[in-house]
Design a protein around this ligand. Structure first.
Ligand SMILES: Nc1nc2c(ncn2[C@@H]2O[C@H](COP(=O)(O)OP(=O)(O)OP(=O)(O)O)[C@@H](O)[C@H]2O)c(=O)[nH]1
Length: 520
C-alpha cells in the first residue's frame, strides 16, 4: 500500500514539474517575442564556446530599425600624439583657463540657450543670464567648493568595477553655491590619464538591474510620424498647397521660399530646393496634387542626403567596447538621448555602461543613473565637481575590465563660459582616447531653437570631431527643416531624432520616411 502511495506521489510530482517547465518555456518565448529585435544582415554576433563573437565592421541593421556599426579604431587605442592646444605649462599650480573677453565668448545672438549658457534660466525668458555670470571666485576656506582639490578620494573598493558597490547615498556631493563652482578645467597638456581610483572624485559603479521591456524599434519613425504634425503643417499643407494650386507666379515662388526659410531650411538650402523644384516642374508639369507631392518629395529626398552613413558606431571592438561621447548644450536632451539609446542597445543584448561625466550638477548624474536603472545599464559616476575627464576615463576603464559592449559618456552642457566647457570637453575626449578609441561623438541639438543649433554645432565641432547629430524635440516644432540645414552646413549626418520624452521616443533618421512624415 505504502509502495503504491509513493508511486502516486512521485507521478504527481513529476507531472507538476513537467507543467512548470512548460509554463516557464512559454513565458520566456513570449518575453523574447516582445523584445526588440535588430536583425543582422549576415554578421550578427554569435556565441561560441561562451565567447561573444564580435560583429564585423559592416554592422547590421533592422528593417527600418536602428543601424549599428563598428568605429574605425581597432583594439586598444594608441596614445594620441600630444598636440597641445595651449602652451605646455611646466611645474607649478595649474593656471586657470584663458578666458576670452565676455563678448567674444558668447555665441548666442537672440537670447536663446547657447554654449556655456545657464539652464536655470527658463527658455522663454526675455534674456538669458549669461552676461551676469561672473568668473568663479577663489574658494574660501569655510565655503565648501567642488573640484578636484576637495573631492573625496575614492575608496579602493569603489574604484574597482565589480567589487564592492558603493551605494549612491554614500556619495553625498558637497553643497555648492552654483556661482562659486570652479570649472574643473585645466589645460590638459600636463594631465596624465587618471587611473581608476584617482583622487579626483568618488567613482561609483552601480550594477545594472533588471530592465524594462522595450517597444519594438523597427519602423519607429513611421510610427512616430504624427509627432511631426507641426512641421507637416508647413511642408504638407503650406508648400504642397501652393504647388498644387496650378501655375505658379513669382509671388507664389517667393511664398514657397519664405515658408521653407521659416521651417529653418536655411537660405542656401532653400534656394537650392526651390531651384530644383522649378526645374522639376518645368520638366514634369504638375496636373494633380499627387504630381506636386511626388516632385516635392523627390527634391526634398535629394537634399536630405540619403547617401550619408547614419549607422551609430556602437559595436564593440575585439578587446574594447565601443565608446560614444554624447555632447551638446544643456537642456538639449543629452541625458534623455543617452538613456533612450542605451535602452535600444540593451534590448539588443548589448552590455552597456554609462559614464556620468556631467559632474557640474549632481542631479545630472542622478538623472542618468535613473535611466541606467530603467534600461539595465551600469553607471560610473563621480562626485559633484569631480574631474569629468577622470569619470569618463574610469567609465571606459571599467567598461574594458568588465568586457561590456558599449560605454556611453554623457557630458556636461553647461559651464560658466564657452571656453571652460570646450576645454573640458576636449580634455574628456583626449583622456578617454588614452584608454580606447572614441567611436562616435553624437552632438545633441534641440530642434526647437532652430538656427541657434547651428551656431552651437560649430562651436562643438571646433573641439571634438562630431560624427553624428541627434535632433531632439522635433515633436514640438514646425522647424523640421533644420535637418537639411544642419547636414548641409556641417556635412555630418543626422543619425537619430527625438520625437518625445518617452523612453521609446527615439528613432533612427531615415531620409525617405522623414520626408514622407514631413509631407503628412
Ligand atoms: N518633447 C521632447 N522633449 C525631449 C526630447 N528629448 C529630451 N526632451 C526633454 O528635454 C528636457 C531636457 O533633457 P535632458 O536629457 O535633461 O537634457 P540634457 O542635455 O541632458 O540637459 P543637462 O543635463 O542640463 O545638460 C527633458 O525634460 C527631456 O524630457 C524630445 O525628443 N522631445
Amino acid at each position: 500500500m505504502a509502495g503504491v502511495n509513493t508511486g502516486i506521489i512521485i507521478a504527481i510530482v513529476a507531472a507538476a514539474v513537467i507543467v512548470l517547465v512548460a509554463l516557464i518555456a512559454l513565458g520566456v518565448g513570449l518575453r523574447r517575442r516582445r523584445r526588440v529585435s535588430l536583425r543582422d544582415g549576415s554578421e550578427q554576433q554569435s556565441v561560441v564556446d561562451g565567447t561573444r563573437q564580435v560583429d564585423k565592421p559592416g554592422g547590421y541593421q533592422a528593417s527600418s530599425g536602428f543601424a549599428f556599426s563598428q568605429g574605425g579604431g581597432t583594439g586598444l587605442a594608441e596614445p594620441p600624439a600630444r598636440t597641445p592646444e595651449t602652451p605646455q605649462t611646466p611645474a607649478g599650480p595649474p593656471t586657470p583657463p584663458t578666458e576670452a573677453p565676455p563678448t567674444d565668448d558668447r555665441t548666442e545672438t537672440d537670447g536663446q540657450p547657447m554654449v556655456g549658457d545657464d539652464a536655470a534660466v527658463p527658455r522663454d525668458a526675455e534674456r538669458r543670464g549669461f552676461t551676469d555670470v561672473g568668473l568663479p571666485d577663489a574658494p574660501t576656506s569655510d565655503a565648501p567648493t567642488a573640484g578636484p582639490a576637495t573631492a573625496e578620494p575614492p575608496t579602493s573598493e569603489s574604484a574597482t568595477v565589480g567589487r564592492q558597490v558603493v551605494e549612491p547615498a554614500t556619495v553625498e556631493p558637497p553643497v555648492v553655491d552654483d556661482t562659486t563652482v570652479e570649472p574643473p578645467v585645466t589645460p590638459d597638456t600636463t594631465v596624465e590619464p587618471p587611473v581608476v581610483g584617482d583622487a579626483v572624485g568618488v567613482e561609483t559603479v552601480v550594477p545594472a538591474p533588471a530592465r524594462e521591456e522595450i517597444a519594438p524599434s523597427a519602423g519607429r519613425l513611421q510610427k512616430l510620424r504624427g509627432r511631426l504634425a507641426r512641421s507637416q503643417g508647413v511642408f504638407g499643407e503650406g508648400v504642397l498647397g501652393l504647388l498644387g494650386a496650378g501655375d505658379l507666379d513669382e509671388e507664389s515662388w517667393e511664398e514657397i521660399e519664405d515658408t521653407l526659410v521659416l521651417a529653418d531650411l536655411g537660405t542656401a538650402t532653400t534656394t537650392a530646393v526651390v531651384e530644383d523644384l522649378r526645374a522639376a516642374i518645368a520638366a514634369n508639369p504638375v496636373r494633380t496634387a499627387d504630381d506636386a507631392r511626388a516632385l516635392f518629395r523627390g527634391v526634398l529626398i535629394d537634399h536630405v542626403m540619403p547617401e550619408l552613413d547614419r549607422s551609430v558606431r556602437a559595436l564593440p571592438h575585439a578587446g574594447t567596447p565601443a565608446v560614444l561621447l554624447v555632447v551638446g548644450v544643456n537642456g538639449t536632451g543629452k541625458t534623455t538621448t543617452t538613456g533612450k539609446l542605451a535602452r535600444v542597445l540593451v534590448a539588443d543584448g548589448r552590455r552597456v555602461l554609462l559614464g556620468a561625466a556631467d559632474t557640474f550638477r549632481a542631479a545630472a548624474a542622478d538623472q542618468l543613473q535613473t535611466w541606467g536603472e530603467r534600461v539595465g545599464a551600469g553607471i560610473v559616476r563621480g562626485a559633484e565637481g569631480a574631474d569629468p575627464a577622470s569619470v569618463a576615463f574610469d567609465a571606459v576603464s571599467a567598461g574594458v575590465a568588465e568586457g561590456v559592449d558599449v560605454v556611453m559618456i554623457d557630458t556636461a552642457g553647461r559651464l560658466h563660459t564657452k571656453t571652460g566647457l570646450m576645454d573640458e570637453l576636449g580634455k574628456v575626449k583626449r583622456v578617454v582616447e588614452k584608454k580606447a578609441p572614441v567611436d562616435e561623438v553624437l552632438l545633441v541639438l534641440d530642434a526647437t531653437i532652430g538656427q541657434n543649433g547651428l551656431a552651437q554645432a560649430r562651436v562643438f565641432a571646433e573641439v571634438v570631431d562630431i560624427s553624428g547629430v541627434v535632433l531632439t524635440k522635433l515633436d514640438g516644432t514646425a522647424k523640421g527643416g533644420i535637418v537639411f540645414h544642419v547636414q548641409n552646413e556641417l556635412g555630418v549626418p543626422v543619425k537619430l531624432v527625438g520625437l518625445g520624452e518617452g523612453a521609446d521616443d527615439l528613432a533612427p533618421f531615415e531620409p525617405e520616411a522623414f520626408v514622407d512624415a514631413l509631407l503628412g
